[in-house]
Design a protein. Structure first.
Length: 145
């Protein structure tokens, strides 16, 4: 199968007459193999970048967990009750607490390496996000790992 390359175009005038105009070039040019490979490489780089950006939230692991008996005790207890129902690792979770509007967002990090320090204790994808309303009632749960 071959492509027909048009080098001329037919233009209809306002008076009803037609005019044949030579474009001087073919509007459809064959794409070389090197251009095809460049397009593929650029597309792959874009996909890789999007994947990395999708993991960026998880890559920001916390360094200092909140004390479950400390200032956010009520929020952590409410979130832990839900986590106990959803995950088998709730007993080893460490908590990050953020106020969000009138409610709370708690991140339960699954401790995978208790001997390590800081954010190295967790895997980047090993956490769940629990949202509580102003009465500390869970309104949303998202598993991230």
């Amino acid at each position: 199968m071959s492509l027909v390359h048009a080098t001329e175009i037919l233009i209809y005038g306002s008076t009803g007459k037609t005019k044949l105009v030579d474009l001087g070039f073919s509007p459809i040019q064959p794409i070389s193999d090197s251009v095809k490979w460049n397009c593929i490489l650029v597309s792959l780089r874009a996909v890789l970048l999007l994947l990395l950006m999708g993991c960026s939230e998880a890559a920001q692991r916390m360094d200092h967990p909140e004390d479950p008996e400390g200032r956010y005790r009520t929020q952590i207890q409410a979130a832990k009750r839900l986590l106990d129902q959803k995950e088998s690792w709730a007993h080893r979770a460490e908590w990050e607490v953020r106020q969000q509007g009138s409610g709370w967002e708690l991140v339960a990090w699954r401790v995978e390496h208790p001997e390590r320090k800081g954010g190295m204790r967790y895997l980047p994808w090993g956490y769940s996000v629990i949202q509580l309303d102003s009465r500390n009632v869970p309104v949303n749960y998202r598993r991230k790992g």
